[in-house]
Design a protein around this ligand. Structure first.
Ligand SMILES: [Fe+2]
Length: 228
């Protein structure tokens, strides 16, 4: 027999989980993301370029464009969020009724006026979880403001606005449904993405272990993996 959540996900291809993580964990993640962005910014500013490594320290990017000095900060395969991907693995399998392989994670610290262009994800993101890890809207008078993520589907061709409070997550099919965000009105928001695939070949996104960038190590030399 299916639970209400399983039934909803199968019928709608998405589901909102109001408390994927506890308030304590959410607060810790939010502080961690802000500190990591601060540390990376400090490191980038104060160390010579050879001391900064965007693959390990995070990057400021806009729609995967080349490294820029001031865009949205994001980090791939972070140890904390990769750990969360494993912690949530069985739960996401239960909700989706699928056998899933954890692939990779990403998190971004969006700042005021940042946005996310409409896109679909790559195969390693067959089932995605986007989690609000914390936000600061203290600049706004509207205390009910919540930054929507829009999800396009047959039922909602113009995009269904989905509101996620801190600690809440959306489980969705990132490769099937376009998703995007308009400009953020608040001061900042840390958003975490956990990705899973039904294809075992996507396990860890080709990485040897979790918590590392997508790079191959060969004789001490790093060779970037080229996506097929
Ligand atoms: Fe995405």
């Amino acid at each position: 027999m299916m639970t209400t959540e399983q039934k909803f996900f199968i019928e709608n291809n998405y589901i909102i989980i109001e408390n994927l993580i506890s308030e304590e964990t959410q607060k810790l993640m939010y502080e961690y993301c802000k500190t990591q962005a601060l540390v990376s910014n400090w490191k980038y500013t104060h160390m010579d370029f050879s001391g900064y490594d965007g693959d390990w320290d995070g990057k400021w990017e806009e729609d995967n464009a080349a490294f820029k000095s001031k865009q949205t900060f994001g980090k791939y395969g972070d140890m904390l969020t990769d750990s969360l991907m494993f912690l949530c693995h069985r739960y996401v399998e239960e909700i989706t009724k699928l056998t899933l392989y954890p692939t990779y994670t990403f998190w971004r610290l969006y700042e005021k006026n940042d946005s996310m262009g409409s896109h679909r994800d790559r195969p390693g993101c067959e089932i995605s979880v986007t989690l609000n890890a914390g936000c600061d809207y203290s600049n706004l008078d509207d205390k009910n403001y919540c930054w929507p993520i829009y999800l396009r589907s047959e039922k909602h061709p113009d995009g269904l606005p989905i509101l996620l409070k801190p600690g809440a997550a959306l489980i969705y099919k990132g490769i099937k449904n376009d998703h995007w965000r308009d400009h953020l009105k608040g001061l900042n928001q840390a958003q975490t993405f956990l990705h899973y695939s039904t294809n075992e070949k996507e396990l860890l996104d080709g990485r040897p272990i979790p918590g590392v960038p997508k790079l191959q190590l060969k004789y001490g030399k790093r060779i970037p993996i080229i996506d097929a």
